[in-house]
Design a protein around this ligand. Structure first.
Ligand SMILES: O=C(O)C(=O)C[C@H](O)[C@H](O)COP(=O)(O)O
Length: 216
């Protein structure tokens, strides 16, 4: 495993839970990041799904240097460049077609390429990637899929994301081939719409407790 990939493995394992956030304003980005941090989660994936995402990433890296931020929904080389320029600590992709895998392999930043099938993970493995996102985890088999991958792809580690909630988080996190679990369950749309950041903080805090319970 390259030193760069090892760096991704270290902080993802340490984080245990990777909240996936989508922000619409800089104020919302600050409020979400602060609530997660107060709840005990200091690593997050900020998706590039909204026009303000890159500005929010740069702002958070400037104003909240203690937060480790991955840029998510990386779809192409332009997204990679913009995220690195904004100060991203790592990159996450929902899927990884060959041209994107090439661009990730050249990027000097920890990367967590996404995939959903053994063939795709094998293609990533051939390029040297060992730490990958399983997306959309529940839709493609969830725990059963992770257990299935553990045999043939025993040297790979996964960050399952998609369909994980407070009720199944511990079970996913307990799998030996799981580095961290990703999800948006602590960022319920209804709570965000009414600015109920106390619930975000409480749910983040319970997620942090799940990590302590499972990992010690
Ligand atoms: O946009 C991306 O790049 C993604 O990877 C999608 C997110 O990971 C999922 O939307 C999170 O899944 P839920 O926890 O089920 O909401």
């Amino acid at each position: 495993m390259s030193e760069r990939q090892q760096r991704a493995a270290d902080f993802l394992r340490k984080a245990g839970v990777l909240p996936v956030i989508t922000v619409h304003t800089l104020d919302e980005a600050r409020a979400i990041a602060d609530s997660l941090l107060e709840g005990g989660l200091n690593t997050l994936e900020l998706t590039l799904r909204t026009p303000v995402a890159i500005d929010a990433l740069a702002m958070l890296k400037r104003e909240r240097p203690d937060i480790v931020i991955g840029a998510g929904t990386i779809l192409n080389a332009d997204n990679i460049r913009a995220s690195i320029d904004a100060g991203a600590d790592f990159l996450v992709t929902p899927g990884t077609p060959p041209a994107l895998a090439d661009a990730l392999a050249e990027a000097d930043i920890p990367v967590v390429p996404g995939a959903a099938t053994p063939t795709e993970f094998m293609a990533l493995r051939e390029r040297g990637f060992r730490n990958c996102k399983l997306f959309p985890a529940s839709a493609v088999g969830g725990l059963a899929m992770l257990k299935g991958l553990a045999g043939p792809l025993h040297d790979m580690r996964f960050c399952p994301t998609g369909g994980i909630s407070e009720s199944n988080a511990a079970e996913f996190l307990s799998q030996p081939n799981v580095l961290c679990i990703g999800g948006s369950w602590m960022l319920d749309k209804g709570w965000l719409e009414v600015g109920d950041y106390a619930r975000v903080r409480e749910t983040a805090s319970r997620a942090a407790q799940i990590v302590r319970d499972v990992r010690g």
